[in-house]
Design a protein around this ligand. Structure first.
Ligand code: SF4
Length: 370
C-alpha cells in the first residue's frame, strides 16, 4: 500500500462515488494495491522467432491477450510474485510493431511507407521517435496531475484549428525534426519515464502531436520501465484495429479525443477519411476489451452542436456507459481556423449550456472532470 497525498483539486473529485467506481483500477495502482498492466504483461512468456511471418505472430498475440486477461482476473497478490520472462508479451507486441513499420499502417491513413528504410508517410516520422518535451503537466484533469507527460513530435492528423501546431504541423517542410525535438530509442524513452516518476508523476502520459506513429518505441520502452505506474494513452485515437491490438492490454487509462460526430467534419477540418467510424470503433473496443477506464475529451466547436457534439454524446450514452467525459469549452480559433468563418470564434455560453443540459439528460458523467 502506498500512502499518497492527493492534490486538493483531486481530493474532491475522488470523493465522487461514480468516479471512484469507474476509475477503481487506476486508483488501485495509485494506492499500490494493483499492478500496472504492463508489469503483468512482462510475466507472460512467449515463444517465437524474429523471422516468423507476421500472420503467425498476430495469431500468437491474440492467444497471449487471452492468457493475459485471464491472469488479470486472478488475485492481485499472486500477480506481484510472478517472474519477468525474457521473451514476453511486450517483446512480441514490439516485434510485430517493427514489422508493421515496413509498410506503415499504425493509423488509418495506412500510408504503407517503409519507415524502416527511411520513408515517411503523412506524419513525417521515419523509424525514429522524437520527443519535443517531457515534464510534469499540471494542466490535465485533476485526477491525473502531476502527469508525466511526454510530447512526441509529429501527428497523423492535419487539424486546421490545432492547438499544438508547433509540434504537430508547423515544422513540416520548414525545419529539420532534429532541430525541434530529441531523438529517443526505447531505452532512452524508458529513462525519461523513470525520471518523471522520480520527480513525482502519478502516470506516464503519451501525447503529441500524437503517440500513434511511435507505437513501436513506446511499447519497446515498456521492456525497460520498472515502476508500478499507470500507463496513459492520450491520442486522437485514429489507430488501425491491428495497432490498437499492440497496446490495448498495456494501457491502464485512456484519454482519447472525440472531436467529430460524423465523417464529413473530420474530412473538412482534419483531412481524415471515415473519422467517426474509426474513432467510435476504437472507443468501443477499449471500453469493452481494454481496461475500460476512459476519460473522453470532447472540445465543443462553435456551430457544431447538432452535427458533432450531440451525436457524440448519443454514442457515448448508448455504447460507452462506463466512460467519463470532459466536455471542454476552451476552443479558440488557432493555426488556420481563421479561414473557416463558422469556427472562427469560441463557443458561446448558450452553446455550452445547451451541450451540458443534453449530456445531463442522457445521464453522462462529465461534471467532475469538465
Ligand atoms: S503513422 Fe504516419 S506513416 Fe504510419 S500510417 Fe499513420 S500517418 Fe502514415
Amino acid at each position: 500500500m502506498v500512502f499518497r497525498v492527493f492534490r486538493p483539486e483531486a481530493v474532491s473529485v475522488w470523493k465522487n462515488e461514480e468516479i471512484f467506481k469507474r476509475f477503481s483500477k487506476y486508483r488501485g495502482i495509485l494506492d499500490g494495491k494493483l499492478l500496472a498492466r504492463y508489469l503483468v504483461a512482462k510475466s507472460v512468456k512467449c515463444d517465437f522467432n524474429l523471422s516468423d511471418p507476421v500472420e503467425k505472430l498476430e495469431s500468437l498475440l491474440k492467444e497471449k491477450s487471452l492468457e493475459f486477461n485471464k491472469l488479470l482476473n486472478k488475485d492481485s497478490n499472486n500477480l506481484k510474485n510472478r517472474v519477468v520472462q525474457e521473451i514476453n508479451y511486450i517483446t512480441l507486441a514490439e516485434t510485430i510493431a517493427i514489422k508493421y513499420l515496413q509498410a506503415c499502417m499504425f493509423c488509418e491513413r495506412q500510408c504503407k511507407a517503409n519507415r524502416m528504410s527511411g520513408e515517411k508517410g503523412f506524419c513525417l516520422i521515419s523509424k525514429d521517435s522524437y520527443v519535443s518535451s517531457a515534464f510534469l503537466h499540471m494542466g490535465e484533469e485533476p485526477l491525473l496531475i502531476p502527469s508525466g507527460t511526454i510530447f512526441f513530435q509529429g501527428c497523423n492528423f492535419g487539424c486546421v484549428f490545432c492547438q499544438n501546431y508547433d509540434i504537430s504541423q508547423a515544422w513540416k517542410g520548414k525545419k529539420k525534426i532534429e532541430d525541434v525535438a530529441q531523438k529517443v530509442n526505447t531505452l532512452q524513452l524508458a529513462s525519461i519515464t523513470e525520471k518523471l516518476v522520480d520527480k513525482g508523476a502519478i502516470n506516464v502520459n503519451y501525447v503529441g502531436g500524437d503517440p500513434i506513429p511511435n507505437i513501436h518505441t513506446i511499447v519497446g520502452s515498456l521492456k525497460f520501465q520498472k515502476s508500478n505506474i499507470c500507463q496513459l494513452w492520450n491520442s486522437n485515437f485514429f489507430l488501425t484495429d491491428k495497432s490498437l491490438s499492440l497496446i490495448i492490454d498495456f494501457m491502464d487509462f485512456w484519454l482519447p479525443d472525440f472531436k467529430y460526430g460524423n465523417n464529413e467534419c473530420g474530412k473538412k477540418y482534419s483531412g481524415i477519411d471515415n473519422y467517426f467510424d474509426v474513432v467510435a470503433r476504437n472507443h468501443k473496443r477499449i471500453h469493452d476489451e481494454g481496461s475500460g477506464e476512459i476519460c473522453i475529451r470532447h472540445l465543443v466547436m462553435p456551430n457544431h452542436i447538432e452535427c458533432c457534439t450531440k451525436p457524440i454524446l448519443d454514442y457515448v450514452a448508448k455504447e460507452l456507459p462506463k466512460a467519463v467525459m470532459n466536455i471542454m469549452g476552451q476552443y479558440r480559433p488557432q493555426y488556420k481556423a481563421f479561414n473557416y468563418e463558422e469556427i472562427n470564434r469560441s463557443p458561446t455560453s448558450e452553446e455550452m449550456h445547451e451541450v451540458k443540459m443534453y449530456a445531463q439528460k442522457l445521464g453522462i458523467v462529465f461534471e467532475p472532470l469538465s
